[in-house]
Design a protein around this ligand. Structure first.
Ligand SMILES: [Zn+2]
Length: 215
């Protein structure tokens, strides 16, 4: 067994997707191939990997709009949260085998109700979609959603080691990936000590962003 793991720029709004596979088993999955399904499929083909599943972190169109093409090109099956009506249901606690590797699924609602995170424990890879970015967290529409997101973040971070690497769904930060330890230390949303502080920061964030010239 040998890991293949690539972060691929999919286009859109600095969207990131991922190719994760086992070189010896010659199997791989594509995570959120979105705007560039052909590129993702070609990366797998170039390495002699059969794509068994297309996986979505959540149902927003900028993450799912490449599904149809990716599935048609590969004959793979769609794996996602049950709300997306996939071929393979990835609910909280589910595991998806990729050759010898296992992706552990955690349901992490907040940014949207159908959001999952994926964790590969051998190499400590944490694919966070739009829940957790480098230096920030996913957008939420209501205080209720923000509270749900806070709970998801606490639960997710308690379930993985600080040495896990963080692989987000967009390139919104100062670097394309991070670690749980680094985010705990530097991400203002993870530095909040209480839900109240988190909700306040979320409310103030648009004005702070504008003042700091962040996009
Ligand atoms: Zn999203």
């Amino acid at each position: 067994m040998q890991l293949v793991f690539e972060q691929i720029r999919a286009g859109g709004d600095r969207n990131f997707g991922y190719l994760l596979g086992d070189r010896h088993a010659k199997q791989a999955v594509l995570i959120d191939p979105s705007y560039s399904p052909e590129t993702f499929v070609q990366r797998a083909r170039d390495q002699g990997l059969t794509v068994t599943h297309v996986v979505n972190t959540h149902g927003h169109p900028d993450h799912t709009n490449g599904n149809e093409r990716a599935l048609a090109l590969t004959g793979a099956r769609l794996a996602a949260h049950p709300d997306l009506r996939p071929d393979v249901i990835l609910d909280d606690g589910a595991e998806l085998a990729v050759g010898s590797w296992h992706l552990r699924v955690m349901h992490v609602p907040g940014h949207c109700a159908d959001h999952i995170a994926l964790y590969e424990p051998e190499h400590q890879l944490l694919v966070t979609g739009d829940l957790l970015f480098v230096g920030k967290v996913g957008g939420t529409r209501t205080a209720g959603d923000a509270e749900t997101e806070w709970t998801s973040l606490q639960r997710l971070l308690a379930a993985v080691p600080d040495t896990a690497t963080v692989w987000p769904g967009h390139d919104y930060g100062v670097r394309p990936c991070s670690t749980v330890a680094l985010e705990r230390a530097s991400n203002p949303f993870l530095r909040c000590r209480s839900l109240e502080e988190f909700l306040r920061l979320k409310e103030e964030w648009p004005a702070m962003k504008a003042a700091m010239g962040l996009k």
